[in-house]
Design a protein around this ligand. Structure first.
Ligand code: TPP
Ligand code: MG
Length: 326
C-alpha cells in the first residue's frame, strides 16, 4: 500500500506542528534556569518530525502511550498547554494535579491515557489498551512511542509477538535517536541489524524510515493506521533521528564527553524543521509572513499558559493520598 504525498495544506499543518513543538521546548530551555519548574525535562528538540507525522493521523478517540521524552507527542496529540505547564510547575491544576511532573502526563480527553517513564513500560500497556478496543469493537488505533533503549527490554519483544498474533490495532513507533542516556546504540546492539528488521521475527511489517523527514513519517504512519483500522494488525516503525540536548535537561552533553560534538553538528544540518521549510518556501506553500503570525500566536498562548501555571495553587499535601494506588 503506497499513500499519495500529502497535499499543501497537510504539509503546512505538519510544518506548523513541528514549529509549535520547537517553540515549546525553546521556552522550557529559557525558563528552566529560574528553578521554578519542579520536574526533570527530557527535551525532544531535533525529534519533532516523529510526533508531528504520526499524530497528524490520530483523532481524540485514538490513544497514545509515550515515554519520559513525551513533550512533542503530547502537544501533537492536543494536550492542553495550560494543564501541561501547570504540571511542570507542580500545581494542582496540572494534568496529574502536580503529582506526575513532565514524565507521566495523562489527558484521557485527547487519548493520552497515561504515561510510563519505565523504559519499555508503555509498550505492553498500549497493546492492552488496543486489545480492549478490538474486543469492544471500537474502531480506534493505539500508538506506542518508545526509544531505541526500550527495544532491549523483554516487554518490547513480548508485545510485538502478542500483538501480531492477535492482529491488535497498535502501532509501535521507535524513535531511534541512537543513544539510551549516554550509551550509543552501536555499542549495545551490534549484531542484529536494524530494529525494524526484528518485526519479521514476530510476523508483522517493520519499516526503517528517516525520522527527520516529516513527510516520510506521515506516509509510514498513514499506512500503519490504515492497516490497523482494516483489522490487519500492528506495524513497527523505526524512525531514525537525533536529540539535540542531553538525555535530560537543557544541557549540551557533547561537552561532557557523552556524545561527539561533530555527530551533533552533522545531525543539526538534518534539522527536520529546516528540511521541510526549504521545500515549502521554494514551492511558495509557505511565506515568512505565515511564520511570523504563527510565532506570535505561539508566544501568546504560551504566555497565557505560563501565567496560569505560575498563578495556580501548588499541589497540596492532601493530594498525596488522592488519585493514587494505596
Ligand atoms: C526499566 C528502566 N531502566 C532504566 C531506566 C533509566 N532510564 C531512563 S531513560 C533511559 C534511557 C532510555 O533510552 P531510550 O529508550 O533510547 O529513549 P531516549 O531517552 O533516547 O528517548 C534509562 C536507561 C528506566 N527509567 N527504566
Ligand atoms: Mg534513545
Amino acid at each position: 500500500m503506497t499513500l499519495p504525498s500529502p497535499d499543501s495544506k497537510t504539509q503546512l499543518a505538519l510544518y506548523r506542528q513541528m514549529l509549535l513543538i520547537r517553540h515549546f521546548e525553546q521556552k522550557i530551555v529559557e525558563l528552566y534556569p529560574e528553578q521554578e519548574i519542579r520536574t526533570p525535562v527530557h527535551l525532544c528538540v531535533g525529534q519533532e518530525a516523529v510526533a508531528a507525522g504520526v499524530c497528524a493521523h490520530l483523532r481524540d478517540s485514538d490513544t497514545i502511550f509515550t515515554t519520559h521524552r513525551n513533550h512533542g507527542h503530547c502537544l501533537a496529540k492536543g494536550m492542553s498547554l495550560k494543564k501541561m505547564l501547570a504540571e511542570f510547575y507542580g500545581k494542582e491544576t496540572g494534568c496529574c494535579r502536580g503529582k506526575g511532573g513532565s514524565m507521566h502526563p495523562c489527558a484521557p480527553e485527547v487519548g493520552i491515557l497515561g504515561t510510563s517513564a519505565i523504559v519499555g513500560g508503555g509498550i505492553p500497556i498500549a497493546v492492552g489498551a488496543a486489545w480492549a478496543n478490538q474486543m469492544r469493537g471500537i474502531p480506534a488505533v493505539t500508538v506506542t512511542f518508545f526509544g531505541d533503549g526500550a527495544t532491549e527490554e523483554g516487554a518490547f519483544h513480548e508485545s510485538l509477538n502478542f500483538a501480531a498474533l492477535k492482529k491488535i490495532p497498535v502501532i509501535f513507533v521507535c524513535e531511534n535517536n541512537l543513544y539510551a542516556t549516554a550509551s550509543a546504540i552501536g555499542k549495545r546492539q551490534p549484531a542484529a541489524g536494524s530494529i525494524a528488521a526484528r518485526a519479521a521475527t514476530y510476523g508483522l511489517p517493520g519499516k526503517l524510515i528517516n525520522g527527520n523527514d516529516v513527510i516520510e513519517v506521515y506516509l509510514a504512519a498513514g499506512e500503519a493506521v490504515i492497516r490497523a483500522k482494516q483489522g490487519l494488525g500492528p506495524t513497527l516503525i523505526e524512525a531514525e533521528t537525533f536529540r539535540w540536548f542531553a538525555h535530560v535537561g537543557p544541557v549540551d552533553d557533547t561537552k561532557t564527553g557523552h556524545r561527539p560534538a561533530n555527530e551533533l553538528t552533522r545531525w543539526k544540518k538534518k534539522c527536520p524543521i529546516q528540511h521541510l521549510r526549504k521545500a515549502l518556501l521554494s514551492k511558495k506553500i509557505l511565506t515568512p509572513d505565515d511564520e511570523k503570525i504563527w510565532q506570535k500566536k505561539f508566544d501568546r498562548s504560551f504566555e497565557e499558559a505560563l501565567y496560569f501555571a505560575k498563578t495556580s495553587l501548588p499541589s497540596g499535601i492532601e493530594q498525596l493520598t488522592t488519585h493514587v494506588f494505596a
